[in-house]
Ligand binder design. Structure first.
Ligand SMILES: [Zn+2]
Length: 315
């Protein structure tokens, strides 16, 4: 019964969401960043890479994030003017592992004499494969979990890759890039230690999340993720999956269901209601909301908030 009511509500809210996305897309679907002569121009495909590039590039870099604040990256694709800007930059950073469905066409379309250095930032990280049996429109790309940046351990690898490519693109500022990177590395290692310490002490290990964005975090810090949706937040769950998760929540004494800000919280709230538990935010860091951007939130502040919520949920 509740499932039908709920699916009805979900379809309605999904339609409304699509409508608002269309409106948003009309006015602000691409970044307004401009290339600056005399700086190392870096174009990034989404927030975590923008953050890394800003931290490592410092004053020598002009970093342009393609995707605007408040938009989740899974089903977003850039406009041709964003791609033109990227093609004229010195450095182009994308996550890879199937996150940017549009990126292969972009890379193949670059002129053969292009000097653009293109970097697949998730390179060198041992990937997790998704769960095909829970995936509705399964293709090979969707079978790899792209959410590497959500684990501080993987973010360390990504930061190192970004730094090496900054030096390659602009060797004249190697000393500055290396110094910036060293600071960032220290902070990421500290974050990794905080995660390791806090999560090794929690009595519970199961997290129930909206979309399957926490696989690397779970792998690296000994948690087990149960996701309501698939690797991409638009993959609609089946009724039997929702029943299975509700049962899991009840059977395992789960106290909180996690939701996230860039995606509708309808599913998480309905499930939490049904299972008589609460909801809490767990941010997959796929982008900042305009409010978070204004408040000066960043990867570290949001990851620390995530850790607090995880510790509370896992008591
Ligand atoms: Zn995601």
């Amino acid at each position: 019964m509740f499932i039908q009511r709920f699916i009805g509500k979900f379809v309605l809210s999904a339609a409304m969401l699509a409508f608002f996305i269309l409106i948003l897309a009309g006015c602000a679907s691409s970044s307004t960043g401009k290339l600056i002569e005399g700086k190392t121009n870096v174009v990034t495909s989404f927030y975590p890479l923008y953050f890394l590039a800003q931290q490592i590039g410092g004053e020598s870099a002009n970093v342009i994030n393609m995707i605007p604040a408040g938009v989740e990256p899974h089903d977003w694709s850039p406009k041709s003017r964003d791609l033109d800007t990227a093609a004229k930059a010195q450095l182009f950073l994308y996550n890879g592992a199937g996150l940017e469905g549009w990126v292969d066409d972009f890379l193949e379309g670059l002129p053969t004499d292009s000097k653009l250095i293109t970097v697949e930032a998730s390179e060198g990280i041992t990937k997790i494969s998704g769960s095909p049996e829970e995936d509705n429109d399964a293709t090979d790309a969707k079978h790899v979990d792209p959410h590497t940046w959500v684990s501080p351990k993987s973010m360390l690898v990504m930061a190192n890759t970004v730094q090496k490519n900054f030096v390659k693109a602009d060797p004249a500022h190697k000393v500055a890039y290396t110094a910036n990177y060293d600071k960032l590395e220290q902070r990421l290692k500290e974050l990794d230690r905080e995660y390791t310490d806090a999560l090794s002490k929690t009595p519970r290990k199961d997290i129930v999340t909206s979309h399957q964005a926490f696989g690397y975090l779970a792998r690296d810090y000994g948690l087990k993720q149960v996701a309501i949706m698939g690797l991409s937040p638009d993959a609609e769950p089946k009724a039997q999956d929702l029943l299975r998760i509700t049962k899991f929540v009840k059977d395992n004494g789960i106290k909180f269901i996690f939701f996230e800000e860039l995606v509708s919280d309808e599913l998480a709230k309905t499930l939490a209601n049904e299972a008589n538990v609460s909801t809490m935010v767990l941010n997959p860091l796929e982008g900042l909301t305009p409010e978070q951007e204004k408040k000066g939130e960043d990867y570290f502040s949001l990851m620390k908030a995530n850790l607090q919520n995880l510790v509370q949920a896992l008591q």
